[in-house]
Design a protein around this ligand. Structure first.
Ligand code: SF4
Length: 64
């Protein structure tokens, strides 16, 4: 799957990082940064969960 984030929408809640720190990080302002824009295998359910719980709707995925 391909992962996208909108840094203009992110409110810095950090829920994505808590859910999957291998994919999501935050910059010095707390805004989301992607460590990778792709996830496979066991990471995929974690990434879907992060998209679901993000309070600002800043994250999205596109299935392959
Ligand atoms: S959970 Fe959403 S709002 Fe919070 S840091 Fe991640 S992308 Fe930003």
């Amino acid at each position: 799957m391909r992962i996208s984030s909108d840094q203009d929408v992110c409110t810095g809640a950090g829920q994505c990082v808590l859910t999957e720190p291998g994919v999501f990080a935050q910059d010095a302002r707390g805004v989301v940064e992607l460590r990778t824009d792709r996830a496979e295998g066991e990471l995929m359910p974690k990434v879907r969960q992060a998209v679901f719980i993000c309070p600002s709707g800043a994250l999205s995925v596109e299935e392959d």
